[in-house]
Design a protein around this ligand. Structure first.
Ligand code: PMP
Length: 304
């Protein structure tokens, strides 16, 4: 187990030691999962001695949206969370890439419909790129269905939603796969476990639309823009599971997953069973951008 005890945590306006960052057992956040969060990466560029936070503002704006969907009575503003994140970076003095997790939660002692008081905290821990980004992963189309917008709004990044991917993820591992892919209530492809997905068919990148019960992923948006800049056509539409059989490439994308090739689905190779050229070119563009190598002044980067 990793030891984070030397790190500081931002908690309700203060910076406290990791082991002192506590909320009450009787809070609606703990009892009912009445909380929303974000996952943000900070990329450490050793040559420049600079940490680049990737699309910080877009993440904190989504945190606001998640709070509105969850009908919090007080919305923790994006700007306050951005400022606190930058300060947390400075105080912890990281010298490697990090994963940042801001949360807004229902504090107090209320029951499941409590809408206040609202608290917030931010953690940040060292985290590099997962091995699967290089090797690719083997995915299972899950027998668990993706939650629907009129069941548990998927557009909100709410903690309680993650029990859905927990079921699917555990099942995929027990069945010998690395990862799960969800179909939605209409039987169309939705997303992976905390990551969106793309297929490449006849040179065209296709991805489930934002009304496919996905989280409106910031990486998905980044990928669409990077692919188009590389001259690759992108379609956002309903996507069928059988399209994997005609795909030459597929990949997951997300803040945590970054760009993870999908090399096999349900035991069948995708394309030739190895990460393809569209995926590899995209990875290069993504990491060059995120580490501040191509354009350190890019509007998506917050330099610390
Ligand atoms: N779907 C879900 C359910 C997620 O939790 C995530 C990770 N935040 C994603 C997709 C990918 O979103 P993003 O690119 O904004 O990290």
């Amino acid at each position: 187990m990793s030891d984070y005890s030397g790190l500081l945590v931002y908690l309700d306006g203060e910076f406290v030691a990791w082991n002192d960052a506590k909320i009450h057992v009787f809070s609606p956040a703990v009892k009912y999962g009445a909380a929303v969060f974000e996952g943000i990466r900070g990329y450490w560029n050793a040559e420049r001695g600079t940490m680049y936070l990737f699309r910080l503002e877009e993440h904190m704006r989504r945190l606001e949206l998640s709070q509105r969907i969850m009908r919090f009575n007080r919305i923790v503003p994006a700007q306050a969370m951005m400022d606190a994140t930058v300060e947390l970076m400075r105080r912890n003095g990281f010298r490697s890439s990090v994963h940042i997790r801001p949360t807004a939660y229902v504090a107090g002692q209320g029951e499941s419909s409590a809408q206040e008081p609202v608290g917030s905290f931010i953690t940040a821990i060292p985290r590099g790129t997962p091995k699967k980004v290089e090797t690719g992963c083997r995915a299972q189309i899950s027998s668990w269905q993706r939650i629907a917008d009129n069941v548990m709004p998927t557009r909100a990044k709410s903690n309680a939603n993650y029990n859905n991917s927990r079921y699917a993820g555990i099942q995929a591992l027990k069945d010998g796969y690395d990862s799960a892919i969800f179909l939605n209530s209409r039987g169309k492809l939705s997303e992976g476990q905390a990551m969106c997905l793309f297929l490449v068919r006849n040179g065209v990148a296709v991805t489930p639309s934002i009304t496919s019960d996905i989280l409106e992923s910031i990486t998905r948006d980044t990928v669409i823009q990077l692919l188009r800049a590389q001259g690759v056509e992108v379609q956002e539409r309903d996507v069928d599971r059988s399209e994997f059989h005609d795909a030459t490439e597929a990949f997951f994308c997300g803040t945590g997953a970054e760009i993870t090739p999908i090399v096999n689905v349900d035991g069948d190779a995708v394309g030739d069973g190895s990460p393809g050229p569209v995926t590899r070119a995209l990875q290069t563009a993504y990491f060059d951008l995120a580490f501040g190598r191509t354009d350190p002044g890019h509007k998506w980067l917050t330099a610390v």
